[in-house]
Design a protein around this ligand. Structure first.
Ligand code: ADP
Ligand code: MG
Length: 269
């Protein structure tokens, strides 16, 4: 797809990268059926940045797991980049997931004893394709998320925001077309959260399709569309005409260090 042509088209006219028809997911707990998704029809265009919002238990993570090929629907069809994912076996699913999807989670999910380089390297170890210039690739990916100088640090030696940057680098290392981020700012203060969203916006400008789950409307307003989920169905969708630019917002937000100084001086509490 030619990106220059792509940019000139309205989002709705672009190629659908994700297309689900009547997806359901029912979990069995013993004899009890839990209907987590009850007929999801969702179309996400190539290069879109969307948010999924909804109360706890509404099915957000279940939907992300299906979109990310971590799990399969109980019924319905799911077309990912023209591939009918609902018909694939576990091996094929793992292969697609590794090539096309990068995951970012609220709790970072890093290996605690491994440094940033080794955490980012992990998906390459599972990749079937031979990777050339592996270490150069890892270092440049860490640099692209602002972690130059922190490559040899372990998670416990990094701040929350830095750990999430490592997780984003790990999600990017196989050059996926889709990034799925399940409450990636949930454990972060507002400035750090904004910095993480700024990275996602940059990646989106570079062409990545991004699906973000969040509880915070202020975060959702940084994306192009909000999909509201409740009790396993999509109840509403809202287009954001002018998404908030995280870089611009950061420029006028008080920095955490400045806030601390003011608190120490007794000027704010
Ligand atoms: P959300 O991410 O919006 O909080 P989830 O997708 O995690 O919602 O869960 C949707 C529903 O499915 C909830 O009722 C939850 O308890 C149930 N559920 C999620 N995962 C499982 C599972 N592995 N086994 C059984 N029930 C599950
Ligand atoms: Mg969840």
């Amino acid at each position: 797809m030619n990106n220059n042509v792509n940019k000139n088209l309205d989002i709705n006219n672009r190629n659908a990268i994700i297309n689900t028809t009547n997806i359901t997911k029912t979990y069995m707990i013993g004899d009890i059926k839990v209907k987590a998704l009850m007929g999801i029809n969702l179309r996400i265009s190539e290069g879109e940045f969307v948010t999924v919002m909804g109360p706890s238990g509404s099915g957000k993570s279940t939907l992300m797991n299906i979109i990310g090929c971590l799990d399969t629907p109980t019924s319905g069809t799911y077309i990912l980049e023209n591939i009918d994912v609902s018909k694939l076996n576990d091996d094929q699913l793992a292969d697609i997931r590794n090539k096309k999807v990068g995951f970012v989670f609220q709790t970072y999910n890093l290996l605690p004893r491994s440094n940033a380089i080794h955490n980012v390297e992990l998906p390459l170890i599972y990749s079937k394709d031979k990777v050339i210039n592996k270490s150069k690739k890892i270092l440049s990916t860490l640099q692209s998320v602002g972690l130059s100088g922190w490559e040899k640090h372990k998670p416990s030696e990094l701040s929350g925001g830095q750990q999430q940057r490592v997780a984003i680098a790990r999600a990017l290392i196989n050059n996926p077309s889709i990034i799925l981020a399940d409450e990636p700012t949930g454990n972060l203060d507002s400035v750090t959260g904004e910095e993480i969203i700024a990275i996602f916006q940059k990646l989106n400008r570079e062409g990545k399709t991004i699906i973000l789950v969040t509880h915070e409307l202020s975060i959702a307003h940084h994306t192009q569309r909000i999909i509201y989920l409740r009790d396993g169905i999509i109840t509403n969708q809202e287009k954001i005409a002018n998404p908030v630019n995280a870089e611009e917002k950061l420029a006028v937000m008080p920095k955490l260090e400045d806030k601390m100084k003011l608190m120490q001086a007794g000027e704010i509490s």
